[in-house]
Design a protein around this ligand. Structure first.
Ligand code: ADP
Length: 191
């Protein structure tokens, strides 16, 4: 049974590699911490070095990875944490499964961090798109593995149109609108 005073929730950022999930997720985490919440960030790249070490990028391994993150997010949500997940999470049915799992414990707010493939490839923060286009790595989301666009995201953050700060403000406004976090007072408003 969930604790009586449970106020945990999960913000789940999904999108292509390089779309801005980590950038926006960490900034949202900073803002949530400034508001006094206990925050845990689960970043897909980091999770793959620990919890999901050894998993590859087949459909099955990707599902396992996302389901593991979803399970941890649900446990943390149950105990009142503000959980921020930044993971490509490319498959719609898997996202819906983790949503259902988390929602047993608290709100699940999906943020589609949206940028076209061409823009992500242009940024190519990790040099992975160049390798994927050269065929040096395969099963790369958006290149030779699908990204299924969400139809149920609470927030769509278009990172071509919005600066990182504007995307963070959009996410925070949605959390406030849903009554998940209190509306910022002037003292705690972003500087
Ligand atoms: P992901 O976690 O989705 O793979 P990252 O956050 O690691 O993406 O990388 C996104 C890159 O794009 C960062 O280098 C970031 O500075 C850059 N970037 C450029 N414009 C934006 C924007 N408007 N919003 C978010 N990130 C942006």
């Amino acid at each position: 049974m969930a604790p009586a005073q449970n106020s945990g929730f999960t913000v789940w950022l999904t999108g292509l590699s390089g779309a801005g999930k980590t950038t926006i997720g960490h900034a949202v985490a900073v803002e949530l911490e400034r508001r006094g919440l206990h925050v845990e960030v689960l970043d897909g790249d980091v999770v793959r070095t620990h919890l999901s070490k050894g998993l590859g990028f087949s459909h099955e391994d990707r599902d396992t990875n996302i389901e593991r993150i979803g399970w941890v997010a649900s446990r943390l949500t149950r105990h009142g944490a503000a959980v921020v997940v930044a993971a490509i999470s490319p498959y719609d049915t898997t996202r819906k499964r983790v949503r259902a799992l988390v929602e047993e414990q608290g709100p699940f707010v999906e943020v589609w961090v949206k940028a076209p493939l061409e823009e992500c490839a242009r940024r190519d923060v990790k040099g992975l798109y160049a390798k994927a286009f050269a065929g040096e790595i395969t099963q790369f989301t958006g290149v030779d593995d699908p990204y299924e666009e969400p139809d149920d995201a609470e927030v769509v953050a278009d990172t071509v149109a919005l600066s990182p700060d504007e995307s963070v403000a959009l996410v925070m406004a949605e959390l406030e609108r849903l009554g998940i976090v209190p509306v910022a007072t002037p003292a705690s408003a972003p500087r």
